[in-house]
Ligand binder design. Sequence first.
Ligand SMILES: C[S@@+](CC[C@H](N)C(=O)[O-])C[C@H]1O[C@@H](n2cnc3c(N)ncnc32)[C@H](O)[C@@H]1O
Length: 358
Amino acid sequence: MKTFSEPQLSLISETTKLPDEIANFPRFRYMGSKFRLLPWIHETLAEIGFETATDAFSGSGVVSYLLKAMGKQVRANDTLAFPSVLTSATVANNATRLNAPDLELLLSAKARSQSEQFIRKTYEGIFYTPEELSCLDDLWSGIRQLESPFKRAMALAALLRSAIKRQPRGLFTISDPTRYQDGRRDLQLNIREHFIEQVAIYNAAVFSNGQRNSVTSSDVFHVNPGSDLVYMDPPYVPLADDNCYIKRYHFLEGLACYWEGKELMMHTKVRKIVKPFTPFSYRQTALEAFDRLFRHFSDSIQVLSYSSNAYPDLPTLCSIMRRYKKSVEVLEKNHRYHFGTHAAAKRNVVKEYLIIGS
Ligand SMILES: C[S@@+](CC[C@H](N)C(=O)[O-])C[C@H]1O[C@@H](n2cnc3c(N)ncnc32)[C@H](O)[C@@H]1O
């Protein structure tokens, strides 16, 4: 099969070289992704002694992938379904790739029954052209025919990344598929063309670190707390704007499970699904949630990513962590988030923290 390589950001930090595998990580445009902070996170983690690690809020999966590349036994978790597909393909999966017959099967499958044409019928005129909506249904009916769970995860991850690349701003908030056509390659390729490329990209990302890594998709408080180290990157209560993952990525969340068990809001312009509650996103519940989080993982070394533009503030968080950990250390870095317009981006220069409790 043809391999396709994408230009990658240079991720070499000044002092510690990132593991080579990181260059193959299929970067996912995800709100709050720590991709750009990876050298700093790596440097910090490399100084700590641990064998097993939980990435409790895995999101794009990039920190789980780093931990895997560092040779740790990784447990990746996120409450949403699609981040778990991404980590199943890249973190739990040590060896399974999609071969030429698999790709042939996926590209030749046809969604025949009414129930297999859900996307075309539900999202008509929204996000994609009619041909692409049908292509998503067709690819999904091919995915159903794959027997190996890791092959399914690989094909689904490729489908998810195709779907987000084909969206102008990597978000599912604007329905018109023709807006923002600015000639970018990602917008010129159709879903099928993207999918073929993404299969090769995910194949190239597969590697074994000799460990049994695992993935769960549950609320953090249901995660087994038994790892040596827990990395925590929860959503923040924002001081401005909002931080709703479902508003931005509802289509990916539905696509990850073909909307099975998801409650669709048909009255919304973009056919959103109902937002799951998380206590980390609200002022009224965040303090109690952090207390519960640090208590839940009280036997592990704790590494929390946090930023200055969030509630609660740093001293409050540290004092909550001190209830459960003897030593609490804070590392700080300036960081610019690349979300929003230029003016908004200026506002988004924030201090990033790594709060380490041991
Ligand atoms: C800031 S993002 C994590 C980003 C990730 N570290 C990365 O680099 O891509 C926060 C994640 O927490 C997840 N989340 C929110 N509430 C949760 C909960 N109660 N339990 C587990 N995950 C949760 C969200 O779905 C989201 O993916």
